[in-house]
Design a protein around this ligand. Structure first.
Ligand code: SF4
Length: 336
């Protein structure tokens, strides 16, 4: 398991004008963690110059900054709007991580301390639209992991609890949800627990919580009154994927709170693998399990690969069948 105490903290000076920024900065400084001033979280020259093989070390750093762009982006999958929220990047090292395709070796955890401004942007949107919409808070990070450092997820859940016409949603591969259980969420927050077969979590989703821990977190959140969904993502067609995904869905059936069975919804997302992932993995984690299989994948846009259509169709129909066998009343919200 990864440590949530960073090895170094890089911070924009402006951050110290914010109560939260100052508190996080002082917390780690007082622990003797090196703190290094930077001009911008987007331009950390001393990190940019490091070779790709330093990726796993970079993941141990925490960057504190101010988020400039507060524009909500329309979406038609997990939410109506993607919110640029309080973090980007993560301390874990899933070998397919989509953030590596955007940030390359800079996919480390950045925390933005101007959370009030982000919440104001959400409220402006809610007032403008005047009807119920769903807002995705964690599309660029894992909010449950970030919450361990900042408490921002609990804060956001309680802020959404005071709102009409808005549901907050986030997906997670972590189990540290205890801080959320007694929050005043008012039924306005939905959690999507992201799952995969044991073998994939162990070999590929490095530094995340185990399947058992994630299922227990789903049960706790359900008992605490949250809306709970299951995000099977990304689906990775390893050699014996049928057996693995069948076992996963049966395990969900056996271990998820029975009352939840006909209320939960599923989201299915097939893996996209980037050329950037390949470079970083080969340099920084040369012995890691290789999820890229050129025999069953095809190019998808620039520098990315996805499963060939016939292979994917077969897997999609297999997984749909297994879900309907074990969860006949559950909805599959989307499959991409
Ligand atoms: S948990 Fe999410 S953000 Fe973190 S490394 Fe894995 S895929 Fe990337």
């Amino acid at each position: 398991m990864i440590s949530y105490i960073p090895k170094k903290v890089y911070y924009e000076k402006e951050v110290l004008k914010y109560e939260q920024g100052l508190e996080i900065y002082n917390r780690y400084k007082n622990m003797g963690i090196p703190t290094i001033e930077i001009s911008s979280h987007n331009k950390i020259e001393e990190l940019r110059q490091l070779p790709d093989k330093e990726f796993t070390n970079l993941k141990k750093y925490l960057i504190l900054g101010i988020r400039k762009s507060l524009r909500l982006i329309p979406n038609d999958k997990s939410a109506d709007f993607i919110v640029p929220f309080t973090s980007s990047g993560c301390m874990a090292m899933c070998t397919y991580c989509y953030l590596v395709c955007t940030f390359f070796k800079g996919a480390y955890l950045r925390v933005f301390v101007n959370r009030e401004q982000m919440m104001q942007a959400i409220k402006r949107k809610i007032n403008k639209i005047g009807e119920h919409k769903v807002y995705e808070l964690g599309s660029n990070s894992d909010m449950v992991l970030e919450n361990v450092i900042t408490g921002n997820l609990r804060w956001a859940v309680e802020e959404f609890g005071k709102l009409d016409n808005a549901t907050a949603t986030f997906a997670t591969k972590f189990n540290m949800v205890d801080d959320l259980l007694d929050s005043k969420h008012n039924g306005n927050t939905q959690i999507r627990i992201s799952v995969n077969p044991h073998e994939i979590i162990k070999k590929v989703e490095i530094g995340t919580s185990s399947l058992d821990e994630r299922i227990k977190a789903a049960n706790k959140m359900y008992r605490a009154g949250y809306k709970v969904g299951i995000n099977i993502a990304p689906i990775i067609l390893i050699k014996d994927w049928r057996r693995n995904y069948k076992k996963l869905i049966k395990e969900l059936h056996d271990k998820l709170n029975k009352e939840m069975h006909d209320k939960i919804f599923f989201e299915l997302i097939f893996m996209t693998y980037g050329y950037a992932n390949d470079i970083i993995n080969k340099e920084a984690m040369p012995n890691v399990y290789n999820v890229f299989d050129k025999n069953i994948m095809r190019p998808k846009g620039r520098g990315k690969y996805c499963y060939k259509q016939d292979i994917r169709n077969e897997a999609e129909s297999y997984i749909f069948d297994e879900i309907s066998k074990y969860f006949p009343y559950a909805k599959i919200s989307y499959c991409v």
